[in-house]
Structure formats: structure tokens, C-alpha cells
Design a protein around this ligand. Structure first.
Ligand code: IPM
Ligand code: MG
Length: 360
């Protein structure tokens, strides 16, 4: 069995971490009898440098033809990189947003759980994390503020900027269904997060979520205001199973959730459309400050690659093997610098990839 994977290494630490993920995928392929053909695609700053734009139509076409996309990270230092002197629609991030929209990747899954082995890296008090936590953020990814009309004008000599936040009921319904579907495979609890005390879009969100919930009698659901959710994530993260939320809130809450697990370097993500196709990338950014230094933690990308095998290719056994190998490496005491603690063995990006391969 062969699958075609479009590979976007991107900027900063992107190339290093994707190389490790490919190494792990190939090892899993050998073991479980499948092959992957990779086609490299440029996106982000490297595409601006090579092609003058963050994502070309040809690049989108290659992604569309593939069975899945594996992505590292894009972007540079927003204060010093020349990419950020360009107009907003020509900057690295615009490429990522265009790709999400062109591929209709409306459902973004970001798992956040606490590894027993990494408890020391968690900034919360032990009494809060006792027993661990395991949540899935289901973030809407192609609507809301990210894709609404925006403009900056001058009115009576005063600069004024507009960003509009819109959702229609169909957009809300399809992501809500995804949230409840995934809850059925987990602990059957959905927390729908909104700002219904202020925003119309949130009031519609709440109404549609209630309708969808009727089709899932086994799932317990609740509504939570986003400010409260931000607080609850650090007060008692154990209460969450699936957090279902709109684009902007999901962006913010997923960074917060990743931090409470101890390291953003551990968290994977999948962005899916209506088919088996998906884009898989770590939840973290391109960390330009440590690029090329063999310091980056490749685990989030490796776990994203495992999600690709599971969700897009139905290779559950191989995906399990990768996840187990990651756990074993941690049990065996190996750490990249971001998750290093006393008495453990510090290793670089490449060594971490090798150690995981050896355990598959
Ligand atoms: C993310 C990132 C992106 C987002 C940026 C790079 C545009 O923060 O995937 O969470 O805001 O969606
Ligand atoms: Mg983000």
C-alpha cells in the first residue's frame, strides 16, 4: 500500500522536525507494510523567498492531489524578519490560512494530555494535576474572525480598523457534529465554549450546538463562556473531555491547554475536511531562535504523523506503535531541552528521532 504525502517543511525548525517525522513514518512503514511517497511543497517564508508569495497555486494543487499533508511550521521573527515588512496578505501566515481555506479544513483537533513522565514540566500544582488530564480541543478553522471582511480606513483623520466575525448555522453545525462524534469515542463530554453574553455569533453558536446535542443523548454537554474556560483550564483541567469552540477562541485556548501539559513541543494537531484528507502539523510555531541548532523537540510533529496514519490512512496499528514508542522514550529518560529535568538524559532533535525509531 502506498500513500502520497505532500510535505511542507516550512521555516525555522520546520525542516528539522519534519525530517524526524518522515524517518519515523518510514520506520513504521517497514514494520507494518506500507510505503509513503513524499512530494515537497513550499509554504511560508521560504516560499516568499523562492516564489514571491507565501503559497502558490501550484503548491495548493500538489496538496489537493495528495492523500494527506504533513506540515512543520512557518513564519519567522515578527519584529526582525523582512517577511513582516510585506503587506499582511503576503506574509508567511497568509499562506497557511489560504491552505486551510482552499482545502476546506474546517475541523482542527488539538489533543492536550499530561504524560505521567513529564509531570515535572507541568507548571500547575501537583494537587491540580493528580491523576492526569486528557482533553481534545475541537477548533473551527475556516470561519469567524480569521476569514471575515477586514479593512483599515481613515475617518475624519482618525485611523480605524474593522474585523468582522461571522458564522452561519451550517458552519457551526458541521463542527459541532465533529465535536460530538469525537466525544462519543472518548469520555462523552462536550464543553462548548463561546461568548454568548456579548456576541451574536456566539448566541447562534449556542443555539445550533443545542440542536446538534439532541442527536447525541449519550453525550453530556455544557456551555462555558470563554473567559471562564481560560480560567478553568488552569484551575481544574481534569474537568474537560472535548472542548468545542470557534476559530479565534480555539487558537487562544489551545495554546493555554498546551502549556498546562508542560510543553508545547509535545502537542500534535490534525485539520480535517469532510473526507479522509487531512493536514497534520505540530501545535507549536517555527521557533526561529533555535532553528538549525538540533535543539527542537520533534515529538509534536511525530505524533501528528501518527494522527495522519490513524485518521487519513486507517493505519491504527502503526499509529499506536509510534505513540507507544514516544512514551517508551520518555520512560527511558530521554528529553529534548524544552522538557529536560534533573536526572534525565538530554538529547537533540536527530537523536530523539532515532530513539523513537528504535522503539517501533
Ligand atoms: C495556529 C497558529 C496560526 C493561527 C497562525 C500561525 C496564523 O497560531 O495554528 O494556532 O492563528 O491559527
Ligand atoms: Mg495559535
Amino acid at each position: 500500500m502506498n500513500f502520497n504525502v505532500a510535505v511542507i517543511k516550512g521555516d525555522g525548525i520546520g525542516p528539522e522536525i519534519v525530517t524526524e517525522a518522515q524517518k519515523v513514518l518510514d520506520k513504521a512503514g517497514e514494520k507494518f507494510g506500507f510505503t509513503l511517497s513524499y512530494q515537497e511543497v513550499l509554504m511560508g517564508g521560504c516560499s516568499i523567498d523562492a516564489c514571491g508569495e507565501p503559497l502558490t497555486d501550484e503548491a495548493i494543487a500538489v496538496c489537493k492531489k495528495s492523500d494527506a499533508v504533513l506540515l512543520g511550521a512557518i513564519g519567522g521573527n515578527t519584529s526582525t524578519s523582512p517577511w513582516y515588512k510585506l503587506e499582511p496578505s503576503k506574509r508567511p501566515e497568509a499562506g497557511l490560512l489560504k491552505l486551510r481555506k482552499s482545502l476546506n479544513l474546517f475541523a482542527n483537533l488539538r489533543p492536550a494530555y499530561l504524560y505521567e513522565e513529564l509531570k515535572q514540566a507541568c507548571p500547575l500544582k501537583e494537587e491540580i494535576t493528580e491523576g492526569g488530564f486528557d482533553m481534545m480541543i475541537m477548533r473551527e478553522l475556516t470561519g469567524g474572525l480569521y476569514f471575515g471582511d477586514r479593512k483599515t480606513v481613515v475617518e475624519n483623520g482618525v485611523k480605524k480598523a474593522y474585523d468582522s466575525l461571522t458564522y452561519d448555522e451550517n458552519e457551526i453545525r458541521r463542527i459541532a457534529k465533529r465535536g460530538f462524534d469525537i466525544a462519543m469515542k472518548r469520555n462523552k463530554k462536550v464543553t462548548s465554549v463561546d461568548k454568548a453574553n456579548v456576541l451574536d455569533s456566539s448566541r447562534l453558536w449556542r443555539q445550533v450546538v443545542e440542536e446538534v446535542a439532541k442527536d447525541y443523548p449519550e453525550v453530556t454537554y455544557e456551555h462555558m463562556l470563554v473567559d471562564n474556560c481560560a480560567m478553568q483550564l488552569v484551575r481544574d483541567p481534569k474537568q474537560f473531555d472535548v472542548i468545542l469552540t470557534e476559530n479565534m477562541f480555539g487558537d487562544i485556548l489551545s495554546d493555554e491547554a498546551s502549556m498546562v501539559t508542560g510543553s508545547i513541543g509535545m502537542l500534535s494537531s490534525a485539520s480535517l475536511n469532510d473526507t479522509k484528507f487531512g493536514l497534520y502539523e505540530p501545535s507549536h510555531g517555527s521557533a526561529p531562535d533555535i532553528a538549525g541548532m538540533n535543539k527542537a523537540n520533534p515529538i509534536a510533529t511525530i505524533l501528528s504523523a501518527a494522527m495522519m496514519l490513524r485518521f487519513s490512512f486507517d493505519l491504527d496499528e502503526a499509529a499506536d506503535a509510534i505513540e507507544v514508542a514516544v512514551k517508551k522514550v520518555l520512560e527511558d529518560g530521554y528529553r529534548t531541552v524544552d522538557i529536560m529535568s534533573e536526572g534525565k538524559t538530554q538529547v537533540g532533535t536527530v537523536e530523539m528521532g532515532d530513539l523513537i525509531c528504535q522503539r517501533i
